[in-house]
Design a protein around this ligand. Structure first.
Ligand code: GP9
Ligand code: MN
Length: 425
C-alpha cells in the first residue's frame, strides 16, 4: 500500500547521486536518438576475426576523438527472461525486470513514471519507438501507452516485402533507411528509440549480404554471430550518414546500447575457441558487458569511461543531462556522470559486479586475480545485502503497482493511457 512506497522512496533518496555540474542540463532541448543494438556484447568492440575488425564503424566511434563519443566499457545488461523487453523496461524506468517472465507482458497495465512521460511533461518532448516487427510482440502496444510513448512505428509502417525481411522481421538496413522519414516528421525536441533486429539468434544472413566470413567453430550460432554483427555495424554507419544528410545528427544526443547477450552459456565451448580462454563462471559474467555510448552536442567526448554501471543507471543519467533532478522520481540507478555514482551492478538473480569483486551464486571473486575470495569482508557481505534489498524493493513496486501511490512533485500528472493509439491511420 502507500506505506510501502514510502520505504522505497527513502531507499532511492538515500542511493541518489547528485548531478555533476559539468553535465547537468547540457542536453536540454536536444533531440535524443537512442539506438538499440540487438544482442550486441561488448567483446565485439575491437575484436578481430580472421585478422579483420568485426565492427569497424562502432570501433571508430570509440577511438576517433573527433566523433565526441563517450564509451562506457564496464556497462552491463541486467536483463532476464524478458530479454529485449527487460532492457526497454530497465532503461526507460530504472526499475528491474521480474525474476520470472517478462514485466512487459505481466505488468503491462501498471502505473509507470517513465522517462518519455517525464520529459514530455517537463520539457515538451515528443517520443517514439521505431521497430520492424509486429506491434503486439512483448505486449509493446499496451505498455508503451503506460510509458507515455507518443508514436510507435511498427511493421505496418515499413515495407515488409520478402527481400526486406529475415529472421524475426525487418532487416536493419531497410529499417534505418525508412526510419529517417519518420524522424523528419516528428515534432522537436524528440526522444526516438530505434530498435534493430537482424543481429538476433540464430543470426541468419543471406550470403550476398555478408561481408565477413563466418567463424570456424563447430557451432553455427557462434560462427554467424560475427556476420550479423558486421551487418549491424554497416547499417549503423549508413544511418549516421543519413542522419547527417537529414540535418538531424549534429545537434542531437546519440545514445547507443546493447540490450543483452547474443551468445548464451550453451555456446561456451565454441566461445572458448574464439576467445582462446576458458569460460569460467567469472568469465561468463564478464561477457555480460554490453556497449553504452553517448554523444552530446557541444560536449567533448571522454573516449572510454571505465566506471562500472548498468542499464538501471540510464534514466537518472539522462534526466540530469536534460537538467531534471532525478531525486524527485523512484529510480533504482544513479547518474553515471556523477562523482557519487554507485558503482555496483546487480543482476536479476541477486548476483552482482563491482569494480573490485564479483559475486556469483554464493562465491566472491577478485576481479583482478580472478581467484575465489575465501573470506569476504564485511563490506562485501553488506554489499550483497544491499543488492538483494534493492531488487526486493523494485519487485514490490512492480508487483504492488506502487507508483499508483507516488506523486513525484506538485506538477506531476499521471499518464493518460487512453490518449495513445498505435494503429496506423
Ligand atoms: C522482437 C525483438 C526480439 O520484436 O525485440 O526480442 P528478444 O527475443 O531479443 O527479446
Ligand atoms: Mn533482444
Amino acid at each position: 500500500d502507500s506505506d510501502d512506497i514510502t520505504v522505497v522512496e527513502n531507499y532511492t533518496k538515500t542511493k541518489y547521486a547528485e548531478p555533476n555540474p559539468a553535465y547537468f542540463g547540457v542536453a536540454e532541448g536536444k533531440n535524443i536518438i537512442k539506438i538499440h543494438l540487438e544482442s550486441f556484447q561488448s567483446f565485439l568492440i575491437d575484436f578481430k576475426l580472421h585478422g579483420e575488425e568485426v565492427t569497424p564503424f562502432l570501433n571508430s566511434l570509440v577511438h576517433d576523438e573527433s566523433q565526441n563519443f563517450t564509451y562506457f566499457d564496464n556497462f552491463f545488461h541486467q536483463t532476464e527472461q524478458g530479454k529485449t523487453a527487460d532492457a526497454e523496461l530497465i532503461m526507460d524506468n530504472s526499475l528491474y525486470g521480474l525474476p520470472q517472465g517478462s514485466a512487459f507482458v505481466m505488468k503491462g497495465d501498471n502505473t509507470y513514471q517513465s522517462f518519455p512521460a517525464i520529459i514530455g511533461e517537463r520539457q515538451g518532448y515528443t517520443s517514439a519507438v521505431l521497430h520492424g516487427d509486429g506491434k503486439s510482440f512483448w505486449n509493446r502496444d499496451e505498455i508503451y501507452k503506460h510509458f507515455g510513448i507518443d508514436e510507435f512505428y511498427h511493421e505496418d509502417y515499413y515495407d515488409m516485402s520478402e527481400d526486406n525481411v529475415i529472421n524475426y522481421g525487418l532487416k536493419d538496413k531497410p529499417f534505418f533507411e525508412e526510419s529517417i522519414k519518420y524522424l523528419k516528421e516528428m515534432k522537436q525536441p524528440f526522444y526516438a528509440h530505434l530498435m534493430t533486429l537482424t543481429n538476433h539468434h540464430p543470426f541468419t544472413i543471406n550470403e550476398e549480404e555478408a561481408t565477413l566470413a563466418p567463424a570456424e567453430t563447430n557451432d553455427k550460432t557462434v560462427n554467424n554471430y560475427f556476420q550479423t554483427a558486421r551487418y549491424l555495424d554497416e547499417a549503423l554507419e549508413q544511418f549516421f550518414n543519413d542522419l547527417k544528410e537529414a540535418g538531424l545528427y549534429d545537434d542531437s544526443v546519440i545514445m547507443i546500447y546493447g540490450d543483452h547477450y547474443g551468445i548464451s552459456d550453451n555456446h561456451n565451448k565454441a566461445m572458448e575457441e574464439i576467445l582462446g580462454e576458458e569460460i569460467t563462471p567469472l568469465k561468463y559474467s564478464e561477457l555480460q558487458r554490453v556497449p553504452f555510448m553517448i554523444k552530446i552536442p557541444g560536449v567533448k567526448g571522454q573516449g572510454t569511461n571505465h566506471e562500472y554501471s548498468g542499464q538501471i543507471d540510464v534514466v537518472p543519467t539522462m534526466l540530469h543531462l536534460l537538467g531534471i533532478d532525478a531525486q524527485d522520481y523512484i529510480l533504482m540507478g544513479t547518474d553515471m556522470f556523477s562523482e557519487d555514482h554507485k558503482d555496483y551492478v546487480p543482476f536479476r538473480k541477486g548476483n552482482f559486479v563491482t569494480k573490485d569483486f564479483t559475486y556469483l551464486d554464493g562465491v566472491y571473486y577478485d576481479n583482478k586475480t580472478k581467484e575465489v575470495i575465501e573470506e569476504p569482508t564485511e563490506e562485501m557481505i553488506k554489499q550483497k545485502e544491499t543488492v538483494l534489498h534493492e531488487l526486493d524493493l523494485s519487485d514490490k513496486v512492480m508487483y504492488g503497482d506502487l507508483l499508483r501511490f507516488y506523486k513525484p512533485n506538485d506538477e506531476w500528472k499521471p499518464v493518460d493511457v487512453n490518449s495513445y493509439s498505435y494503429k496506423k491511420e
